[in-house]
Design a protein around this ligand. Structure first.
Ligand SMILES: [Zn+2]
Length: 144
């Protein structure tokens, strides 16, 4: 920000700032780079609970209601991996109803098979951390 390579679009709530002897700069929550910078993505996007909820648009994969938990489609107790392609957003009701059963045993189905988020959609940036509510306008639609 000092050299014009970036500007603050939205300051951090609460007024946090960086101070020098003669200058005060608001701590940015959202910033814009003045030119495109290629991000050296890692190969695998780390899976987080927040990331799965975001990928699935906070909708329960089983009933479509608002989801607060993640569910392992193939339960971990039955060898299911703790991975993007085995985890879906789920509401508490469906999650506890499903417990450690397979969806086939319940007669349930998944509309969309879960998969790792698209890195090109900013997956690693968006999903590696818990997004702040104030970032929502900048993150666009579901990252998957
Ligand atoms: Zn549900």
């Amino acid at each position: 920000m000092l050299t014009g390579k970036a500007e603050c679009v939205e300051a951090t709530l609460g007024g946090a700032a960086f101070h020098s002897e003669s200058l005060t700069i608001p701590a940015p929550s959202v910033m814009r780079l003045s030119r495109y910078v290629r991000v050296p993505y890692r190969h695998a996007v780390p899976m987080t609970r927040a990331g799965v909820l975001r990928r699935d648009g906070r909708r329960c994969a089983y009933c479509g209601k608002r989801a607060d938990t993640i569910d392992h489609v193939i339960p971990r107790s039955r060898g299911g991996a703790h991975a993007w392609d085995n985890c879906v957003a789920a509401c508490r009701t469906c999650n506890s109803r499903k417990a450690d059963r397979l969806i086939e045993e319940l007669g349930w189905a998944l509309a969309v098979p879960p998969r790792a988020p698209d890195r090109a959609a900013g997956g690693i940036l968006v999903l590696a951390v818990e997004p702040l509510p104030s970032w929502e306008p900048w993150l666009g639609e579901r990252a998957a």
